[in-house]
Design a protein around this ligand. Structure first.
Ligand code: FMN
Length: 187
């Protein structure tokens, strides 16, 4: 009886795993339904949400595992506004800074990977997120204000926050080029 139950449980798990591969799963769903948020509310991102997002950034891959990044978390509204003028009180900015390149390191690329990991993590937690490149010049010109560590330069800014639920994902999403336009195969 117990063996039969075990076999049944294994069979269900195997079928579920195959279905997850065929139909998508929670990770692919988050990536495919994600978009760059524009409409945020004042509701604050919690410390636990922020901690999980930062852990996902720390876990990102990097060339030679050099992890050539620092993350500066800004919650102070006045400082956030210096970088992005339409931020709201509940937002958090994470400035991702790369270590000045050394032998074999690819800091800009690696910072991009860490940023994307945190972007996806924010969406998976039901938050909105947007990556910004525009404020980088301003941030690097005011390193002390934004607490950019010595020997590093800001590469991206990730804005996270709670979303305005009246704006649906389909309306907010930006279209993508078709698969035919982007992918070629050698079979
Ligand atoms: C490296 C990078 C820099 C970006 N800089 C800005 C920016 O300065 N301002 C902005 O509003 N959006 C910025 N974005 C967001 C893009 O505009 C957005 O990802 C793109 O239009 C796709 O939109 P979607 O994610 O809603 O589909 C940036 C995205 C990336 C990856």
């Amino acid at each position: 009886m117990r063996t039969k139950f075990l076999f049944l449980a294994i069979a269900i798990l195997a079928v579920t795993a195959v279905m997850a591969q065929e139909q998508g799963n929670c990770v692919t769903n988050v990536i495919l339904s994600g978009y760059s948020e524009r409409a945020f509310t004042d509701e604050a991102v919690t410390d636990r949400q922020l901690e999980l997002i930062l852990q996902c950034g720390i876990k990102a891959p990097s060339a030679r595992n050099l992890q050539p990044w620092k993350f500066t978390v800004i919650r102070d509204e006045a400082t956030m506004k210096e970088a992005i003028n339409n931020v709201v009180a509940g937002n958090v900015l994470i400035i991702v800074s790369g270590k000045v390149a050394e032998n074999g390191s690819t800091p800009d690329f690696d910072c991009g990977l860490a940023t994307e990991s945190m972007f996806v993590a924010a969406h998976s937690l039901g938050l909105g997120a947007r990556i910004y490149g525009m404020p980088i010049g301003k941030i690097n010109a005011q390193r002390d204000l934004f607490l950019i560590p010595e020997g590093y330069k800001a590469v991206t800014v990730l804005r996270i926050g709670n979303t305005d639920k009246s704006v649906d994902a389909t309306t907010a999403a930006t279209p993508r080029k078709s698969a035919e336009e982007i992918i070629n195969y050698k079979k």
